[in-house]
Design a protein around this ligand. Sequence first.
Ligand SMILES: NC(=O)c1ccc[n+]([C@@H]2O[C@H](COP(=O)([O-])OP(=O)(O)OC[C@H]3O[C@@H](n4cnc5c(N)ncnc54)[C@H](O)[C@@H]3O)[C@@H](O)[C@H]2O)c1
Length: 347
Amino acid sequence: MKLLVTGGAGFIGSAVVRLAVARGHSVVNLDALTYAGCLENVASVSDSPLYVFEQADIRDRAALDRVLAAHQPDAVMHLAAESHVDRSIDGPGDFISTNVTGTYELLEAARAYWTAMGRPDGFRFHHISTDEVFGSLGPTGQFHEATPYDPRSPYSASKAASDHLVQAWHHTYGLPVVLTNCSNNYGPYHFPEKLIPVIILNALAGAPLPIYGDGSNVRDWLYVEDHADALLLVLEKGALGRSYNIGGENERSNLELVRTICAILDAKQPKARGSYADQITFVTDRPGHDARYAIDPTRIREELGWRPSVTVDEGLARTVDWYLENEGWWQKLQARKDVGTRLGVTA
Ligand SMILES: NC(=O)c1ccc[n+]([C@@H]2O[C@H](COP(=O)([O-])OP(=O)(O)OC[C@H]3O[C@@H](n4cnc5c(N)ncnc54)[C@H](O)[C@@H]3O)[C@@H](O)[C@H]2O)c1
């Protein structure tokens, strides 16, 4: 298959690009290279004859038309987005612009291209979204595909809006779409403003390990390479117009998660004295911080036979190893604007 992957220089998009090329698919990586984009994430495939990079913005309709006409993909996998909740609190405009308007422009470009190609049945527009569109859970229950949308941050509201647009383009225009909503990802190439890399890198630097609020917020952690595998499966086997929730079956509170990372670091790179956990510091909570996310993975397991392959303990150990071995990668990204600064404190 020839895939057009948007956001392929980001964290999850680059995992999709690397896996798709490894499986013999042709990939056109379309990315604007915002502060979150990094071409080193796809350096391992950049010389492959199966890989092409196009620097373009999903809000630029003319650029989208040009790229689609030039490369004639069989499917679009749409991952380009503004993705950091804290940044969405300080500057929601970029999130509305890229996640909502950008998705609209991409849908319209894809619809025009698909129509010009004779509306092939096999074409797919795969929209990659988040479990945050479902809002916040109490101590029990899980999100399933029919859970009503209840987004609470500017980020999740913009993603919810984009999900609705994708469903509307399917129902109204017949565009062949599939959607996925996944839980929190982690793993190699995770941008160093997100919780897990911040904890690993601050620990190594001897800096405080910031935990929002009391650390009781629960997330269902999904290893990024498992996610990429699930996305390619949904693209190829998912039912038309259907959405699939993808979870890691790995619920942890933020405090438990951070303690696990500290224990892994204590074993792999012990401090001269004490534990990395001694650096844990509780800081002001994020405004509107969702209490708990949990995914009911029944649909993807029963319809497509997919389950995650990695437990959170294994995935975190691999992730810590990767950050220990790739200092050159993260040091450069730490120098980018506002990385390492506490954002999104004031509502
Ligand atoms: N990270 C998670 O835990 C998670 C969980 C669920 C869903 N998602 C979704 O998965 C997708 C990828 O997330 P991520 O964590 O890899 O994000 P990321 O921030 O690491 O990467 C986003 C990529 O999109 C590019 N981009 C941003 N705006 C663009 C624009 N206007 N035009 C073209 N390219 C643009 C950036 O340059 C970057 O390479 C997003 O849609 C996100 O909502 C992420």
